[in-house]
Design a protein around this ligand. Structure first.
Ligand code: TXA
Ligand code: MG
Length: 316
């Protein structure tokens, strides 16, 4: 672990495990190191990146004005899958904020990375450790396959417990605003704050997580109801195509040559396996992935969000 801290201190890049997805980390105070992360990812340099902290005590260092709401939420959910967008402190490099007046911060709930943060002593700027626009990695092996050669060290912390990126909440306007749904839901956030959370449609512009072509497998993906999925499948097979299937709860009736993964009907268990399943189906030689649409309930909001983006952005 002191090796990882040394690499960060020297301006290197370390892939870090978190409870959500793996991150591609660099010293958040070192603009050159952060630029290297962007270059490895193939991500445009004006996109802001999350600074990972060891806990709530670090907030005033990164934000010039920490609102009470940030303390309430950080004390309740950190370390955990909640990112807060706050007014930046002037010391935060533009490479981290994308030149914006705000900075995104979170304390990740993974023992290896928390230990690294304490040893390193600074903040770790880390986007998800995938190539830009592709599915986030939820194992160290995913990171090695995607970016292995270009990263100074991959810290293997096992499979990510949650498997979907953190909830992002902006606390810089008149009302708290959800920028990205995640494991921590709207009801839980507004219960802690005692106020309503504004919804994403109005604020999608500045977060690349909200770009249409994000979180996409290479194979085109279609979202279909449980009833429509087998019908579409037969249609594609009749056309001489090679579909694969991402089922929910139970497998539809399928000819044996169709690759099919059945994910659990429980949202948390489904979320933990979604990205690994998309990677696996991407490698299955299919020319289309048919995915069953999840239920329309709050527990499935983040999953529906990622699947709809994958459906819009895949095949690029
Ligand atoms: O779970 C996660 O959040 C993972 C792990 C590694 O922590 N990180 C992650 O990073 O998903 P990334 O870069 O793939 O997505 C971060 C999102 C992007 O959509 C980015 O635009 C948004 O956070 N973001 C970062 N700073 C922001 C800011 N100042 N204002 C608004 N959005 C911001
Ligand atoms: Mg990402």
């Amino acid at each position: 672990m002191s090796l990882a801290a040394d690499i960060l201190a020297r301006g290197g890049v370390v892939a870090i495990p978190t409870e959500t997805v793996y991150g591609l980390g660099a010293d958040a105070a070192n603009p050159d190191a952060v630029r290297r992360v962007f270059a490895i990812k193939g991500r445009p340099a004006n996109h802001p990146v999350i600074v990972h902290l060891s806990g709530v005590d670090d907030l005033p260092y990164w934000s010039r004005q920490v609102p009470r709401a940030a303390y309430l939420l950080a004390e309740r959910y950190w370390p955990g899958p909640l990112t807060l967008v706050l007014e930046r402190a002037s010391r935060v490099p533009d490479a981290v904020t994308g030149g914006q007046d705000t900075v995104a911060v979170r304390a990740p709930a993974h023992p290896l990375t928390l230990d690294l943060l304490r040893r390193f002593g600074g903040g770790i700027a880390a986007p998800s450790a995938n190539r830009f626009g592709r599915v986030s990695p939820t194992t160290a092996e995913h990171v090695r396959v995607d970016l292995g050669d270009e990263v100074d060290l991959v810290l293997d912390g096992g499979p990510c417990r949650i498997g979907l990126e953190s909830t992002i909440l902006a606390l810089v306007g008149a009302r708290p605003m959800l920028l990205r749904p995640g494991d921590i839901g709207l009801e839980a956030l507004s219960a802690v704050l005692g106020e309503e959370i504004a919804l994403p449609a109005s604020v999608r512009i500045r977060a690349p997580g909200a770009l249409a072509a994000h979180y996409a497998p290479r194979t085109p993906l279609e979202l279909l109801s449980a009833e429509a999925l087998p019908v579409r499948l037969v249609q594609l097979l009749d056309d001489g195509r090679s579909p694969a299937c991402l089922a929910l709860g139970t497998a539809p009736p399928l000819p044996p040559e169709v690759p099919c993964l059945v994910l659990p009907a429980d949202a948390a268990a489904y979320g933990a396996r979604l990205y690994a399943a998309l990677r696996e189906l991407d490698g299955a030689g299919a020319d289309r992935i048919l995915a069953a649409t999840p239920p329309d309930t709050p527990a499935w909001l983040a999953i529906k969000d990622r699947l709809s983006r994958a459906a819009r952005g895949s095949g690029a």
